[in-house]
Design a protein around this ligand. Structure first.
Ligand code: NAD
Ligand code: TDX
Length: 339
């Protein structure tokens, strides 16, 4: 099996590559990533010398480069993680989200149509369903929940999902889509809630909580997400959408307090800042379909996963300190200075 994994120098894609190379020693994995601010080649250092691995620095929006790669590699599958992934950045500048998340997806699928493919898998998000009210804990997102997006990010992901389903219906492309809840774990880029709070707490900097910190996310350890995608690309039904979630809903403020406690830092570092525009209140996935059809269940309890994650950031300071000392500083100041 020869698999092109796009966005593999980012958070979830890199964890997926590690999982696949370890579990399937006879598979070839080709990572296609243009190394945006969120892509980091040092993340892939552990597999760079693996003869079953190849890294290609190109954009999924570059049709010529993508077709050339297909001619060289004749992939059996494409798993598309490549995306602009941060909601706050999409609020500041939506355009690149449309280019990468929508156009890039179309280019990849055009290549799949032109050269043939056994499976195109789109890595999507629970954010395409919009949000749920805090006072209705009985409600969950199922695969039948209507698309109802809030941010430019989620709208671009939803646009891509619709294109993927259209390529299946119109051209018969063998596709699957997974919609996952919030991931956490190693190599999570420090702009996102959990790694941002860990890095700031370790540096005794304020911990900026948006609004009242009551927004709820359904957190899943990244390895459990990777295992779910592995099951879907091998055993999932073509044309289907699979929700993936941890049944682990938590308020943002509770996550930040746990991080303070684990690191022995005072809660006085917590600073309430102005809310995200259009901030989704609650995400909660119903993962019954992937459980019933493919036997998937989340394996990592949050209490264990957050400890492992914090330990990883303590053991890999160089990885995130390099990131936050560069261009990230400008981003951070712009986003948080007058909040
Ligand atoms: P990330 O931002 O950490 O990584 C994205 C990667 O894509 C980076 O390596 C970047 O260089 C690459 N990339 C961006 N634009 C590209 C382009 N035009 N061509 C090639 N490569 C490009 O993102 P992540 O958190 O790992 O998310 C991966 C995927 O999973 C995304 O599609 C995201 O929407 C989805 N997702 C993420 C979460 C989450 O909690 N992080 C949850 C559900 C779904
Ligand atoms: O500084 C912060 N303070 C804060 O209160 C940041 C960065 C976030 N937050 C809040 C906003 C959200 O309610 O924490 C929550 C989580 O925020 P993010 O880490 O930015 O994640 P979210 O917006 O929920 O989106 C994530 O999950 C779904 C990923 O970034 C998406 O790519 C994925 O699709």
């Amino acid at each position: 099996m020869n698999i092109i994994v796009t966005g593999g120098a980012g958070f979830i894609g890199s964890n997926f590559i590690f999982h696949m190379l370890k579990k399937y020693p006879d598979y070839r994995i080709v990572c296609l990533d243009c190394l945006t601010y969120a892509g980091n080649l040092s993340t892939l250092a552990p597999v760079m010398d693996n003869p079953n691995f190849r890294f290609v620095k190109e954009s999924i929006t570059d049709r010529e480069a993508v077709y050339k790669l297909f001619e060289e590699e004749h992939p059996d599958m494409v798993v598309n993680f490549a995306a602009e992934s941060h909601v706050d950045r999409s609020i500041e500048n939506p355009e690149v989200f449309l280019d990468t998340n929508i156009k890039g997806t179309a280019v990849l699928m055009d290549a799949c149509r032109k050269y043939g493919i056994k499976r195109y898998h789109q890595v999507s998000t629970d954010e395409v369903y919009g949000d749920l009210p805090l006072d209705r804990p009985d409600l969950f997102f199922t695969e039948e929940t209507p698309i109802h997006t809030s941010s430019p990010y989620s709208s671009s992901k939803a646009g891509a999902d619709l294109l993927v389903l259209a390529y299946h219906r119109t051209y018969g492309l063998p596709v699957t889509i997974s919609r996952c809840s919030n991931n956490y774990g190693p190599y999570h880029f420090p702009e996102k809630l959990i790694p941002l709070m860990i890095a700031n707490a370790l540096n005794d900097k304020p911990l900026p909580v948006y609004g009242k910190g009551e927004n709820v996310r359904d957190w899943l350890y990244v390895e459990d997400h990777c295992k779910a995608i592995d099951l879907i690309i091998h055993n999932g039904r073509v044309g289907e959408v699979y929700n993936i979630g941890g049944h682990n809903e938590m308020k943002n403020i509770d996550i930040v307090k746990i991080i303070c406690k684990e690191l022995g830092k005072p809660e006085s570092l917590i600073t309430y800042v102005s809310d995200r525009k259009g901030h989704d209140m609650r995400y909660a996935i119903d993962p019954t379909k992937i459980h019933n059809e493919l036997g998937w269940l989340p394996e990592t309890k949050f209490a264990d996963g957050i400890k492992k994650t914090i330990q990883w950031y303590l053991d890999n300071k160089e990885w995130w300190e390099t990131i936050i000392s560069g261009e990230y500083q400008n981003y951070y100041e712009k986003m948080y200075a007058n909040r």
